[in-house]
Design a protein around this ligand. Structure first.
Ligand SMILES: *Cc1c(COP(=O)(O)O)cnc(C)c1O
Length: 367
């Protein structure tokens, strides 16, 4: 018998998430070293030294279960953002929070709306619970909020997922656009506003979405420690929402979904404001370095508000493979309906330079 047939058809039709290639895997395959990975939007500075110290300390108590309530981390978030404990859900990465929202509110047959080229996990999380995803065509690779609202109303969707900035396109919606969308959307449709790259926004683009929670009880804001805080390997994120929404999300999570080392590190990372500032500044410089390099090579790119940029290149798959041979891992995004594009994460200056040199060489060879 085919054991796949034991799974519901909506599970069998899931296309698995395609992660960035790990450095160790490419080392094994090609027997080369000095590989640069610019494929998963990780922090090239690593993690905050304060977070590293907190982890060392937390390891001493590793035999004990974590605080299933995450009191200290929630308390740090309460103090930072002025929300209540009861409005915070902690997650094993913010990926967990996207799934918790889907699991808490969606039943088989329910509808979910997201944008074309939006983060792949929205479709995955929805499909895993038997819901139907509706992908709304983008405008210039960004979310078309009017069309998304219309689709949500027409299809009586339960959840709308919005990434701001979006990955892999790096596109950005202003506070005004988002607020206007929220005001027009019926209050019985939940909005998951995924702000994984919030900390990378330039000052003039920053907005206080948390203050909107009091006006929009259907808003769920998700954030992560994986990107600007440099803790991707640890898996910790948080969501803020109305207390009733939060209550439902907490009912479906694993009792100990965020491990104790991650909780301790996140508290320390949140306090290390200067690390996040250094990360931001490095990213600004690296973004200029890479986009200027792409322009010199005559390549089109999508202006990005994250720590990565998507650029258009003929023969993207072959180019991706050639870059691997040259020791640079970037991300193909054909699965985002962007077959002619690659996405590169912003790294250290030397990593960005290695990428640009390899890209120039690969393009030269192509001709
Ligand atoms: C990276 C990313 C996430 C989540 O990452 P976690 O490591 O699970 O926190 C969520 N949304 C977007 C848009 C991302 O790019």
């Amino acid at each position: 018998m085919n054991y796949c047939d034991l799974a519901p058809s909506y599970i069998r039709s899931i296309a698995p998430y395609q992660p960035g290639k790990p450095i160790a895997e490419l080392e094994r395959e090609l027997g080369i070293t000095g590989i640069v990975k610019l494929a998963s939007n990780e922090n090239p500075l690593g993690a905050s030294p304060a977070a590293m110290a907190a982890m060392q300390e937390a390891i001493k108590s590793i035999a004990l279960y974590p605080d299933g309530n995450g009191f200290e981390l929630k308390d740090a978030l309460v103090k930072r953002y002025g929300v209540t404990h009861a409005s915070i859900t902690l997650g094993n990465g913010s990926n967990d929070l996207l799934e918790l929202a889907a699991r808490a509110f969606l039943a088989p047959g329910d509808k979910v709306v997201y944008s074309a080229h939006a983060f792949a996990v929205y479709a995955l999380a929805s499909q895993a619970v038997g819901a139907t995803g509706i992908s709304v065509p983008a405008i210039n690779f960004g979310h078309n909020l009017d069309a998304m609202r219309q689709a949500a109303q027409d299809h009586k969707a339960k959840i709308v997922f919005i990434a701001n900035p979006n990955n892999p396109t790096g596109t950005f919606l202003t506070a005004q656009e988002l607020q206007s969308f929220m005001r027009q959307l019926p209050a019985n449709i939940l909005v998951v506003l995924d702000e994984a790259y919030n900390e990378y926004l330039p000052e003039d683009k920053r907005y206080d979405s948390i203050s909107w929670l009091k006006d929009f009880p259907n808003l769920i804001i998700s954030r992560t420690f994986s990107k600007a805080y440099g803790l991707a390997g640890l898996r910790v994120g948080y969501a803020m929402a109305h207390e009733q929404v939060t209550d439902m999300m907490n009912r479906v999570r694993q009792p100990f979904n965020v491990n104790s080392v991650a909780q301790a590190a996140a508290v320390a990372a949140l306090r290390d404001v200067s690390f996040v500032k250094r990360t931001f500044e490095l990213n600004q410089r690296g973004m200029s370095q890479i986009t200027e390099g792409l322009t010199k090579l005559g390549l089109e790119y999508i202006p990005s508000f994250g720590n990565f940029v998507a650029f258009r290149i003929g023969g993207a798959t072959a180019m991706y493979r050639r870059l691997l041979e040259l020791g640079v891992i970037v991300r193909p995004i054909a699965n985002y309906d962007m077959a002619d594009w690659l996405r590169v994460s912003i790294g250290l200056e030397s990593e960005n330079a290695k990428f640009l040199t390899a890209l120039k060489q690969a393009i030269g060879e192509q001709k």
